[in-house]
Structure formats: C-alpha cells, structure tokens
Design a protein around this ligand. Structure first.
Ligand SMILES: [Zn+2]
Length: 279
C-alpha cells in the first residue's frame, strides 16, 4: 500500500482519474482539472437508476465518478457509491446537493443541471459539453422549451409528417394517464388518430433519429386514443417518471407500467446534440 505522498505523485503525473482530481483540488490552483462530460453524466442519470445491477453507461464512467467523488467530498454521498454508475444512491445524493443550493421541485429531483454541476465542479473538474433545455416557449399553444421545439421541427422535416400536438411539457396533473411524465420539460404527445400506418412509423422513426425516446401508443395499451408519446433524451428538465422512460428506452423496453419490449422502429439511439454534431 503506497503512502499518501506516493499516491498523490503517481496519480497527478500519470492518471487523470477522479482520485487525482480530489488530490489536485487540494493542491495548487494552477493544476489542470480533469474534464467531466455533462452529456454523458445526464445520460447516465437517466439510464443507470432503472438498471438491474450497477452497469455503467458507455463513455460515462469517468465523468460520473468525478461527480460522485465531489458529492462524497461535500458529505452528500457515502464513499462506497463512487463507482461510475449513476444509480439511485447517487441520484438521491445529487438531489440533496441541489436542495443545498436552494433548488426545489423539478430543479432538485437528482437530474443534474448545468448550474448545479458547475458549482459542484468548482476546483474539482471542468464541465465539458454543457446542456441546456433553452428558454420556455409555446408551440401550437402548448408549453415547451426551445430545445424540444427545435427537435420536433427537425423530426417533422425528416419524416414529412406535420406533428399535431395534443399535450406539451411543464403540465403537471394535466392528464392522469401520463403518470407525471409531462410534469417537466422534454415531453410531448402527438395526435396519431388521423395518420396512416406509414405516417405513424415515419414520424416515430424521425423522432427517435433526432433524440426522442418515442413510442406509438395504441388504444389497446391504455385508456387513450392513438398517439405518439415522446420524451427528449438529455433534457435537464425531465420529470422523474420521464427520466425512467428514457432509461427504459435504452434498455429496449416500451416505457409502460408493464415494461414490455420496445415494439417500435429500431434506430441508433442518440441525443439531439449527437444528431446535430452528425449533420
Ligand atoms: Zn405522453
């Protein structure tokens, strides 16, 4: 077992790990800080809590570890949970960190936002690939954020199908069949009654291609008409039930209470930011 001095020297020089970040934070101010990728952190915060075990979201491990170590250092998380898996323990700890900053409600549900991550990373890590849901707006008369509206417009362009919105975001308690998924940002229901099968598939495919977890919902699945329910992946305003649906989407499930298999068109799962970078 190396002593503390040896360990510091080794890690500082060789490995840009979370442990090194901790050591660096207590060292000189000019020392380079490690990078934490916000897109990966937020994706892990949606995907990891619904997993059976402690699997790590691809590419997210080092960034999540930096967040977890910072939560440990500030007394919000037990050290045993520093593992790169953004599970329920990390989510609870992150929610407490948000509350300590004065946030409440949606802004303190454990899904990291840019401001709380910047504050957490002070002296510990640099935040790269920052995410923002954009300003609040309306689209077809329904409440949305700008990021979701941009995604909807792009999906309409790709599919050639104009979406008719029947429920927007930021609508707590509007619809008891939605189980809270529309309480926060990033959620939309699109009327599919008037669309034929080809149009329905084209629109769900396009929504998925631009970064929505999107499913066609049929009357046989619940007490609702044909519609498309979609959640914008990596929207930092997602309600907790909406976050779980993104996790279910990544696990190949349907996002319903029965946790059935995803019966929708299979496309490579991407975020809006992934999509834009690929253009
Ligand atoms: Zn919905």
């Amino acid at each position: 077992m190396p002593d503390r001095f040896d360990r510091r020297h080794f890690l500082t020089v060789v490995l840009p790990t979370a442990a090194a970040a901790t050591v660096l934070a207590s060292g000189t101010a000019s020392a380079a800080l490690p990078n934490a990728n916000m897109e990966k952190i937020v994706l892990a915060a949606q995907c990891d809590p619904v997993k059976e075990g402690t699997g790590i979201t691809p590419g997210a491990g080092p960034s999540v570890t930096l967040v977890e170590q910072a939560l440990v250092d500030r007394g919000f998380l037990a050290a045993q949970y520093v593992d790169g898996h953004f599970g329920t323990a990390t989510r609870s700890a992150y929610a407490k960190w948000q509350e300590s900053l004065g946030y409440s409600g949606l802004a303190a549900n454990g899904l990291p936002g840019r401001a709380s991550l910047l504050a957490l990373g002070e002296g510990r890590f640099n935040l790269t690939r920052p995410l923002t849901p954009g300003s609040r707006t309306t689209y077809q008369g329904f409440p949305f954020n700008q990021r979701t509206v941009d995604m909807l417009k792009e999906a309409a362009k790709l599919s050639g199908v104009s979406p008719v919105v029947e429920q927007g975001s930021y609508s707590p308690g509007n619809d008891p069949t939605s189980a809270g998924t529309h309480d926060g940002g990033g959620a939309v229901d699109i009327d599919a009654e008037a669309l034929n099968g080809t149009q329905r598939t084209a629109l769900v495919t396009a929504l998925r291609k631009v970064g929505f977890a999107a499913w066609l919902r049929s009357p046989s699945q619940g007490n609702w008409p044909w519609h498309i329910h979609a959640i914008a992946i990596n929207d930092t305003d997602l309600s907790t039930p909406a976050q779980k649906q993104v996790g279910s989407y990544y696990l190949g499930r349907n996002g319903l209470a029965n946790n059935g298999p995803d019966d929708g068109p299979q496309v490579t799962k991407v975020t809006w930011e992934d999509y834009k970078r690929a253009q």
